[in-house]
Write a protein that binds this ligand. Structure first.
Ligand code: MLT
Length: 243
């Protein structure tokens, strides 16, 4: 396996991703929220970039069974059903529903990765399950969403931990690029350190709006075994036969 890492969505060139399995990471909080939504029984998640597109898609899907979810500056978009705190995505809220989602960084990263042969969604919550699901790939592209176009240590740490899981499994068969080497070292030095996440730009931004609890919630490792996959604009659980 040859693995390459993109530190932010701005680095992603869709043409390069063809032939790859892409893994998209936005720990605080979009990919953590997607895992939470599917774990709570959501039928599917549709990532979109703009608020306008989200509303248009939700209306075309039928609002009776479709929720609008997302954030701008971390807070729920006005008129939406849910924000982007994974803690909102309970079975009572999302069971059987489709969710159209728009966030600042994570949904952009998912759509940027769409040209890849496969697009999997990772977080700390489902880290080992995604490592297992991607271990057979010949070429892997790990896409960190980043924070408004800048390096995000929360995403980087998760990517490094993921590469560490793959290195444990594949040994010398895993080749990583320079960015991957850096993230493996970062993960080896820190492990999953909630304090590091609280001290990240995303962590500070969430604390500033009273959502610091989301950081600890998103730092829980391997609490889920589901693997979300984006296919034809829709994210479903791989084991749900949908993706
Ligand atoms: C994002 O997708 O940009 C993040 O999840 C932002 C957030 O949830 O506050």
């Amino acid at each position: 396996m040859k693995a390459s890492v993109f530190f932010t969505v701005n680095e992603v060139d869709g043409a390069v991703l063809q032939g790859h399995t892409a893994i998209v990471i936005d720990v605080l909080r979009a990919t953590s929220t997607i895992v939470a939504a599917l774990a709570a029984g959501a039928h599917a998640i549709f990532p979109v970039v703009s608020t306008e597109e989200a509303i248009k898609l939700a209306n075309s899907l039928g609002r009776a069974d479709t929720l609008l979810a997302g954030e701008r500056k971390g807070l729920k978009i006005e008129g939406f059903d849910l924000g982007n705190s994974p803690r909102e995505f309970t079975p009572e809220a999302v069971l059987g529903k489709q969710v159209v989602m728009s966030t600042t960084n994570g949904t952009r990263a998912l759509l940027a990765a769409a040209p890849a042969d496969r697009v999997l969604v990772a977080s700390f919550l489902n880290l080992s399950a995604v490592a297992e699901a991607s271990a057979g790939a010949e070429r892997l592209a790990v896409v960190c969403a980043g924070q408004e176009g800048r390096f995000a240590i929360d995403d980087a740490l998760c990517a490094g931990m993921l590469l560490g899981r793959l290195e444990e499994r594949l040994g010398s068969e895993l080749e990583v690029d320079e960015a991957g080497r850096v993230l493996l070292t970062l993960a080896g030095a820190y492990g999953v350190d909630p304090e590091l996440l609280h001290e990240s730009a995303s962590g500070h931004a969430l604390a500033a709006i009273g959502l610091a609890e989301d950081v600890d919630w998103c730092a829980r490792v391997d609490v889920e075994t589901l693997v979300p996959e984006l296919r034809d604009r829709m994210i479903r659980r791989v084991d749900d036969g949908g993706a």
